[in-house]
Write a protein that binds this ligand. Structure first.
Ligand code: PGH
Ligand code: CA
Ligand code: ZN
Length: 309
């Protein structure tokens, strides 16, 4: 089947209380690993591209590789712009054939965020593309943007209702305590499920999105560190919390950091164990296997979207 929007996959996820993984892609190995895993698990999947990924790989290369993945699999796949910074980037992706875009106006004040989101929604909907918007601020490092923990802000449920009504966005990213990157919590991990419940109460039919949701898999962090890496004290969002989020109204869970760790851990291991290796297929092949295993585990055991395609 051709690329799909997230409309149907989100409707089913809200009815049946599970989440769909949205995985960031940068190159061929990521695209193959993610889509092969989703295909094996018979799960819908979202491939997402940030504007810096577009800068890195080029939109034409990304489109063609995603097209190849779509032809090689038999599951619903959506192609989504992650953290669209402005109207122009969203328009470029819509015109290139993306089926979903995020406009991230969370850096602006409420009224500016509403106006910008509305502008993107109008254009996207006229082309049959869906829009994710964001309200509230996550701490951490997002490809280009660095938000200090002191500037982070939980999403206000009342504002969320007004925001969705006024913008007409199709899904909403909220801030309930997750953050981007490998250092999410200093002490104990904590998510504000009470805020999620209040948002869901006011917006029962709006798919909710959780960013910064990597679990920062301890085994992969260790594998990096044991093979020459230096990522001390990294800490992510525990799987039990992500599972709970999926059962309680979160329809889309974003994962980037865990897949970067998977690739890096295996590349480091191969180099460390056999310094004579210089065939990229040897280390990228191992990296691809680890990314695929990571995605399979999340789909089947955390997001619970296996068999839902
Ligand atoms: C994410 C990914 N992308 O938009 O929100 O977050 O850093 O937790 O993988 P992580
Ligand atoms: Ca943001
Ligand atoms: Zn994000």
């Amino acid at each position: 089947m051709p690329l799909v929007t997230t409309k149907e996959m989100f409707e089913k996820s809200m009815k049946e209380h599970y989440a769909i993984g949205a995985f960031n892609i940068n190159n061929m190995e990521f695209i193959q690993a993610i889509t092969e895993a989703a295909n094996e698990a018979k799960s819908p999947v979202i491939l997402q591209v940030s504007s810096s990924a577009i800068k890195y790989a080029g939109i034409k290369y990304l489109m063609k590789m995603v097209e190849a993945a779509v032809e090689s699999t038999d599951i619903p796949i959506a192609l989504h712009l992650d953290h669209g910074p402005d109207f122009e980037t969203c328009k470029m992706c819509i015109d290139a054939g993306f089926t979903s875009v995020m406009i991230d106006g969370s850096k602006y004040d409420f009224e500016e965020n509403v106006a910008l989101t509305k502008q993107v929604v109008e254009y996207a909907h006229s082309k049959g593309v869906v829009v994710e918007a964001e309200l509230g601020k996550l701490a951490g490092i997002e490809d280009d943007v660095n938000v200090a923990a002191s500037d982070a802000m939980y999403t206000d449920p009342e504002q969320a209702e007004e925001f969705v009504r006024r913008t007409g966005c199709d899904s909403l990213a909220i801030a309930i305590g997750t953050s981007h990157g490998a250092y999410k919590f200093k002490g104990e991990a904590k998510l504000r499920f009470d805020i999620l419940a209040k948002i869901k109460e006011r917006l029962p039919n709006t798919p909710i999105v959780l960013h910064g949701a990597s679990s920062v898999i301890p085994r992969l962090v260790e594998m990096c560190n044991e093979n020459g890496g230096n990522i001390p004290g990294a800490k992510g969002c525990p799987n039990e919390m992500l599972k709970e989020a999926g059962e309680n109204g979160v329809s889309k869970i974003n994962v980037d950091t865990d897949l970067r760790l998977a690739m890096t851990a295996q590349v480091r291991r191969v180099f460390n164990e056999d310094p004579s290796v210089f065939d990229p297929r040897k280390y990228l092949g191992e990296a691809r296997k680890e990314i695929k295993a990571t995605v399979l585990d999340k789909i089947n055991n955390v997001f619970c979207s296996g068999g839902k395609a």
